[in-house]
Design a protein around this ligand. Structure first.
Ligand code: FE
Length: 192
C-alpha cells in the first residue's frame, strides 16, 4: 500500500520524523514543504481544473469518463497515485462518493492530500453500510429517489467524482468554473 494510516504506521512515521530531525538529517521545514506541495499546489485545484474542463468541453468530458487515466495526462500534473484513475459522474438520479475501506487510497495528483475524516475508520465503514445517513450527517441530504453509489479505492484503482455543474455557472470561463469546485464535491460528500 502506498500510503497507509493505520495507527501503528502513523506512530512509526512520527517517531522516524523526530529521529531524523534530531540527527540533523531532515528539517521540519522540509517536511512542511512536502505537505504544502500536496495540499496547495498538487492539491485539489488540479481536480477542480479537470472538472471545469469537463463541464465546458463535452468531448473532454466523454474522454474523461471513458478513460480518466489518459484524459488527465493532458494536464501534466505532478504527484502520483493516479496510475489508474476512474472518474464517476453525478447526475440528477445518481450520486457517487469515494472511500478506501481498507486504508486511505486517494487520487493525490488530482485531489492533493486526503482529509483526516477520509482515513477515519468510521467514515470508511459507515459510508458503505449507511451512505445516505453519513452523507446527511456531512451536510448532504439527497432526495430519496437519488441512487447512491460508493466506489472503494485500492492501490490499483483510484476514483474521483465529477460533480454536477451548478446551473448558474453555465457559460463561465474554465478559471471561474474551477473556483466553484470543492475538494469534498470531488470526493462526493458535497454538492455544488
Ligand atoms: Fe487504501
Amino acid at each position: 500500500m502506498a500510503e497507509n494510516d493505520h495507527e501503528p504506521q502513523a506512530i512509526r512515521a512520527e517517531a522516524l520524523e523526530s529521529l531524523l530531525i534530531e540527527k540533523g538529517l531532515l528539517t521540519a521545514d522540509a517536511i512542511d514543504d512536502v505537505i504544502v506541495r500536496y495540499s496547495e499546489r498538487v492539491g485539489p485545484m488540479n481536480g477542480a481544473s479537470v472538472v471545469a474542463r469537463a463541464w465546458s468541453d463535452p468531448e473532454f468530458r466523454s474522454r474523461l469518463l471513458e478513460d480518466g487515466t489518459s484524459a488527465i495526462k493532458e494536464f501534466s500534473f505532478e504527484g502520483g497515485q493516479v496510475e489508474k484513475l476512474v472518474v464517476v459522474e453525478n447526475t440528477e438520479k445518481v450520486h457517487n462518493a469515494i472511500v478506501c475501506t481498507l486504508c486511505s487510497c486517494y487520487p493525490w495528483a488530482v485531489l492533493g492530500l486526503p482529509p483526516k475524516w477520509y482515513k477515519d475508520p468510521q467514515y470508511r465503514s459507515r459510508i458503505v453500510s449507511e451512505p445516505r445517513t453519513v452523507l446527511k450527517e456531512m451536510g448532504l441530504d439527497l432526495p430519496a429517489d437519488v441512487e447512491i453509489r460508493i466506489w472503494d479505492s485500492s492501490a490499483e484503482v483510484r476514483y474521483m467524482v465529477l460533480p454536477r455543474q451548478p446551473e448558474l455557472s453555465i457559460g463561465k470561463s474554465d478559471e471561474e468554473l474551477a473556483q466553484l469546485v470543492t475538494r469534498n464535491s470531488m470526493i462526493g460528500v458535497e454538492s455544488l
